[in-house]
Design a protein around this ligand. Structure first.
Ligand code: WTA
Length: 658
């Protein structure tokens, strides 16, 4: 009997077992556990009374100008309030209070520009800069509740702008610098922004890359709400200038007064809007408020990364255009009084060792990056990081997509010297802060699993009908209880908030992700449920098959889609980037099909494997499976305007024609 005729029941069993057969475990060292900020007892204490736990964190981690008497109000679900009658200022919490506590000389930000220019801001200096920006924005008429659109590269002025808005109580709406003029305009209009803060441009792989022209184009058509555009001079490119509307940062912010006293804002005052794509065309303006968001971002930053703010150097590589750059660059590290690195550029500029050079230079002890970056580093080879001293690293974080066990192991072994704990952190723009992750001093880590809902967080995996699945089974990831950093809604669209997140199951937040519980009840994320395939009535995860492909030494990267198939409903189609000499191996496709058959089961063997030079990715590094699906189903590829590199689709079709 050939493998292909294995019975359906057998193959289905194999498929479910795939990731669950990953059984390596890495407990924390005795030393790490003994010095950990958060110890094992935290779970019981937190989960016995979640609201009380978060109330305690809110008071311990933040300074309030008015204490709260209520923690959670869930009387009008799905609209929650946390710490409702309390008042605080986010900017004061991130800045002034550290200076008042005698830590003004501690470095807040080490900035490394792409061309190699550097700047260091102590907490005292950063506080002054934010006060100046606050005074400048106020002088331009920005006041509490106004919206400010931010279209900046990854430079300190981005953090300064956000904290100045927060200080005023103005709501920032960051639009990633890689988005088009059209996307910027629609976000400006949706939020009715009064001010835009931008730069002439930035640098990308040694060349200037502009931003201001997109702002000009966005504001060409009349009918917008923008009164002023403040422009940071960064790359020195010539820019068009609209007199009366445009102002240089150097002429407005740099000359403003360094005196500014922060006032408290209500805990539920909106802090920011961040647009994220949904399943339909119109992006959703995810709304976050102040007290609960700051509580959970600060707590998770401390607990998940084992932050010791006096000695650690934290580096989150995310751009401020994404939620990770809000929660774990702009807010949590500063609220916690940590020292962090901000880097403007790409990992391969001017050479493929740039990240490791930065780690060595600043003695980064906690690195937080994405699986797509890790897999790229694997592709480039371990001799590159081997050239640098990475001995300062003690904790490694991952976020953004499921991390396959091979990438997890490589990260730990090559970057973490086989001893730094890897924390895989699951969360979303909507959750505001990390929800599921190991605690590095407590959890026995499993490669490829985010494992455990954090203390005070109630996550579950449920079946189609919303019933909790037993250990060893898969289903949909849900959140059962409100959490402090949860989105408070979609800007201007309460109905969409309810129907997107709270309608699929009664009384539960539907995350849109598939997940499994292993035999220990640990959670394994399986990718968006829209990426789950159904082949001959069997559920298969794109992630599982990608993970199997990437576990083969010849494969650098893989993306899998379910393509419509007359016989089986959907068929598995894989796109792979090969390593080195595998490109010349005439049998590679057969080898890989068999490998997947071996790893998961014959049912999961891709019907088609296409060898390609690149994969289409968004600017945040997510593979755009929709475009690959178009190719797999023999269609012209659809809208690729959000790709990081829009030549990729041509490269792929050329390679398939060849
Ligand atoms: C995915 C990024 C598996 C997931 C913070 C989620 C992950 C979406 C992980 C949110 C992880 C994020 N393991 N999947 N550790 N982290 N995701 O809004 O599908 O950009 O729903 O937030 O990314 O992406 P977003």
């Amino acid at each position: 009997m050939s493998e292909d005729t294995t019975t359906a029941a057998e193959s289905n069993g194999d498929a479910l077992e795939n990731l669950l057969t990953e059984n390596r475990q890495f407990p924390p060292s005795a030393d790490f556990a003994a010095n950990a900020v958060v110890k094992a007892g935290e779970y019981e204490a937190a989960n016995a009374d979640r609201a009380a736990f978060w109330g305690k964190q809110a008071r311990e981690l933040l300074s309030w100008t008015k204490d709260f008497t209520k923690t959670l109000d869930w009387s009008n679900p799905p609209f929650a309030t946390w710490f409702d009658d309390g008042e605080l200022n986010a900017s004061y919490n991130a800045l002034d209070r550290h200076v008042e506590a005698g830590n003004g000389d501690r470095v807040a930000i080490y900035f490394e520009g792409e061309p190699g220019d550097t700047r260091t801001y102590t907490y005292a200096q950063l506080t002054e800069e934010v006060k100046k920006a606050t005074n400048a924005f106020e002088a331009l008429g920005v006041s509490r509740g106004d919206r400010v659109a931010v279209y900046l590269p990854m430079i300190p002025e981005a953090v300064i702008t956000l904290l100045a808005c927060a200080r005023i109580g103005a709501i920032h709406s960051v639009v990633f610098g890689g988005f088009s003029a059209e996307a910027l305009r629609s976000r400006i209009d949706d939020a009715e922004a009064k001010l835009v803060v931008t730069a002439d441009g930035t640098f990308r792989r040694g060349k200037p890359s502009s931003l201001k022209p997109a702002v000009d184009e966005a504001l060409t058509a009349p009918g917008h709400t923008v009164e002023h555009v403040v422009v940071v001079k960064r790359n020195g490119e010539d820019v068009n200038w609209v007199e009366g509307r445009d102002l240089w940062w150097d002429d407005t912010v740099s000359t403003a007064s360094t005196e500014h006293t922060a006032v408290g804002h209500p805990a539920e005052h909106p802090l920011f809007i961040l647009y994220t794509s949904g399943t339909t065309g119109k992006p959703k303006g995810i709304l976050h408020t102040t007290g609960g968001y700051l509580t959970q971002t600060a707590y998770t930053h401390k607990a998940v990364f084992d932050l010791h703010p006096e000695t650690d150097v934290f580096w989150c590589t995310a751009d401020v255009g994404w939620v990770t750059g809000h929660s774990y660059v702009t807010y949590a590290p500063l609220v916690n009084g940590a020292t962090q690195v901000i880097y403007e550029g790409t990992p391969d500029s001017p050479h493929q060792g740039r990240f490791w050079e930065i780690v060595e230079k600043y003695k980064v002890s906690i690195l937080y990056t994405a699986p797509t970056a890790i897999r790229t580093f694997m592709k480039w080879g371990e001799d590159i990081p081997a050239k640098y001293d990475l001995s300062s690293i003690r904790v490694l974080g991952s976020v953004g997509e499921p991390i396959n066990p091979e990438a997890w192991m490589w990260y730990r072994r090559v970057i973490g010297a086989d001893k730094a704990p890897v924390v895989d952190t699951w969360w979303q723009t909507e959750t505001g802060a990390i929800m599921i992750a190991p605690l590095p001093g407590v959890t026995s880590a499993k490669p490829g699993s985010a494992q455990t809902p954090l203390p005070g967080i109630a996550v579950d995996v449920v079946d189609e009908l919303g019933a909790s699945v037993p250990d060893g089974h898969g289903g949909y990831l849900v959140i059962r209880e409100p959490w402090p950093a949860m989105l408070r809604g979609i800007w201007g669209d309460n109905e969409r908030y309810k129907s997107t997140y709270w309608a699929r199951f009664d009384d539960m937040y539907f995350a849109g992700d598939g997940a499994k519980k292993d035999a220990d009840g640990d959670v394994w994320l399986l990718g968006r449920v829209d990426d789950v395939m159904n082949v001959s009535g069997h559920r298969l995860s794109t992630t599982e098959i990608e993970s199997a492909l990437v576990s083969h030494p010849s494969v650098a990267e893989a993306a899998v889609v379910g393509a419509a198939d007359e016989t089986t409903g959907q068929a598995v189609v894989a796109f792979v980037i090969l390593r080195g000499s595998a490109v010349d191996d005439p049998d590679i496709v057969t080898t890989l099909r068999n490998h997947v058959g071996h790893e998961i089961g014959p049912i999961a063997k891709p019907k088609t494997i296409l060898v390609v030079p690149e994969l289409p990715k968004t600017r945040s590094g997510k593979i755009m499976r929709r475009l690959l699906k178009d190719i797999a189903e023999g269609r012209e590829a659809g809208d690729s305007s959000t790709l990081a590199d829009n030549t990729v689709m041509n490269q792929i079709s050329d390679s398939l024609k060849a």
